[in-house]
Write a protein that binds this ligand. Structure first.
Ligand code: ADP
Length: 326
């Protein structure tokens, strides 16, 4: 039996139905990603016990928690707005949900947790005097202090500036690794999800579109929605290349390159050759140029190291990296 199981969980609102199943093992780091309105918060609220499902079950550590009260589930939450108690200092916030009842031991444990999140000596600080990054570390320490069986993170880094986001995501991941925590993490930031997760559940319209590792999602998306949600790319009708093929051919910008000469397709059996594509744009992106091209009325995105000099180029796409998707 898996450590955590969401089985045919359904929540119906007037214009929206969430319907999801998935499993996790103990110590997994799962990220839930999806566009706004795809059901991420609803799913998190059902798991935490803030909302009740219309049907389906949630099992955690061999126990059916579907109807359990929030405080009995053994699940801690970390929110975007930190949700600390403003009238308590950092240490008091961390001690709040501790199972340990002895005050001295609580203090020692709080200090250890502050050290773990990189805030040694911050115990007496009023939480209102903390920066966003520091407040989120206290919220993380408080969540761990409750010794939960699982921690849910709801867009925890969204309110922070980019360098702090990057730093704190590696703090969260390394604490996860050292303590063996089981984590469900919600974000709409693809780069963050790729960097932090073991696996990613992509939500689309209340359903799970895919659940895979970051690499698999990026390299082997199972549909066009997931392909475009997880990165840039091009989709052209498959019949443009293969007469009887339906659906679209999808490739990533880095799997194609250009030539300023017309190419003989027979000379490049490993590639799909699109001769005579028009260069529409060439955006400098630091390490490369992102070319916007047009081929027979369809837009293409290709990453190159140099800016083309000609207005019309040939495109070579590595055949093995092209996917046939719907
Ligand atoms: P996300 O977190 O991915 O942005 P949500 O889970 O917040 O998505 O919302 C999914 C859909 O469910 C939205 O269409 C939203 O309007 C709807 N929804 C969420 N909560 C309620 C509610 N309490 N009553 C009615 N509709 C709701």
């Amino acid at each position: 039996m898996p450590f955590f199981e969401v089985n045919k969980l359904e929540k119906r609102y007037k214009d929206f139905t969430l319907s999801v199943s998935f499993t996790m093992e103990e110590g997994d780091f799962l990220t839930i990603m999806g566009p706004s309105g795809s059901g991420k918060s609803t799913l998190l609220s059902l798991i935490a016990g803030i909302e009740a499902p219309d049907s389906g079950t949630i099992m955690l550590g061999g126990r059916d928690i579907t109807k359990e009260r929030i405080q009995d589930r053994g699940i801690a939450m970390v929110f975007q707005d930190f949700s600390l108690f403003p009238s308590m200092n950092a240490e008091r916030n961390i001690r709040f949900g501790m199972k340990e009842k002895d005050g001295k031991k609580q203090k020692e444990l709080a200090e250890k947790l502050l050290e773990l999140v990189g805030l040694s000596g911050y115990g007496k600080r009023s939480v209102s005097s903390l920066s966003g990054g520091e407040a989120q570390r206290v919220a993380l320490a408080r969540a761990i202090a409750a010794e939960p069986r699982m921690i849910l993170f709801d867009e925890p880094l969204s309110a922070l500036d980019p360098p702090m986001r990057k730093h704190l995501r590696s703090v969260i991941r390394s604490i996860h690794d050292s303590l063996g925590l089981t984590v469900i993490y919600v974000t709409h930031d693809t780069e963050e999800a790729f960097a932090i997760s073991d696996s990613i559940l992509v939500m689309n319209g209340g359903r799970s579109a895919a659940m895979k590792s970051a690499e698999e999602l990026y390299r082997r998306p199972c549909d066009l929605f997931t392909a475009f949600f997880t990165g840039e790319g091009t989709a052209i009708p498959a019949h443009l290349i293969y007469e009887n093929m339906e659906g679209s051919l999808f490739f990533r910008p880095e799997d194609a390159t250009i030539s300023e000469e017309a190419l003989d397709p027979d000379a490049y059996p490993m590639h799909i050759i699109l001769n005579d594509a028009e260069v529409v744009s060439a955006d400098f992106a630091g390490a490369h140029y992102m070319l916007g091209l047009e081929y027979q009325g369809y837009p293409l995105l290709v990453e190159t190291s140099v800016k083309p000099r000609k207005a019309r180029v040939s495109v070579m796409i590595l055949r093995q990296s092209v996917l046939n998707l719907e």
